[in-house]
Design a protein around this ligand. Sequence first.
Ligand SMILES: [Zn+2]
Ligand SMILES: [Zn+2]
Ligand SMILES: [Zn+2]
Length: 256
Amino acid sequence: MKLTFLGTGTSTGVPSIGCECETCTSDDPRDKRLRVSVIIEHAGQTVLVDTSSDFRQQALRYGLKRLDAVLITHCHADHIFGLDDIRPLNFRYGALGLYANERAWPDIRRIFKYVFEPSHFGGGLPQIIPHTVYSLAPFCLGGGLRITPLEVIHGRLPVMAYRFNDFAYATDLSEIPAETLDAMQGLDVLVLDCLRFAEHPTHLWLDKALSYVERIRPRRAYFTHIAHDVKYQRDSPKLPAGVEWAYDGLVVTNAN
Ligand SMILES: [Zn+2]
Ligand SMILES: [Zn+2]
Ligand SMILES: [Zn+2]
């Protein structure tokens, strides 16, 4: 399994426009965060989680050649506004499976109405094959990649986290329901939302994220969806062994 962080920033990205704080003016590339997204590669499959508002830039930086599926966590702008930029992949390989929960689909159809109710011929629309995912209802891609959608709560919004064999990716959440905690046992790698140090109504903050890491007990944990409150090098000593701030371009692998 190979997981690549395409983006690890909160919804504004870091640096934040107009901000002159210590993180936003840092020269450390680990303090430059595009909007959150990851690529999972396993068993010949390449899966993208969220078409972030930075997707085009991320795909070019990563050297993305093809995708087998796109999974959506939820419909906030930072997670889906890059959907139009899957078109070059459609032109080469045809339609692409897009997986989202029942809550997200009406929003995807409304926001991208031109895709679902095209008003003119030509022009190159994204070509997607819609799939609805349900929490705790796993499916397989390519035979060797088992994906389990897991519901987490983002303020009051039910959002999808995804387990990929023994990796899990859970961004944009403030609560993890008991059934999802059960389904996250035995992880090698957990990627978890951790916005900042201070409390927040719709995201995890450091203390709460660490308390979930203690309950889930993955071998390794990486925090993402990070605001400019966190400066990578300055704030890395604040994390216990086995827990790290993720950064754009970080690759996490295991032999399974
Ligand atoms: Zn977000
Ligand atoms: Zn700043
Ligand atoms: Zn969100």
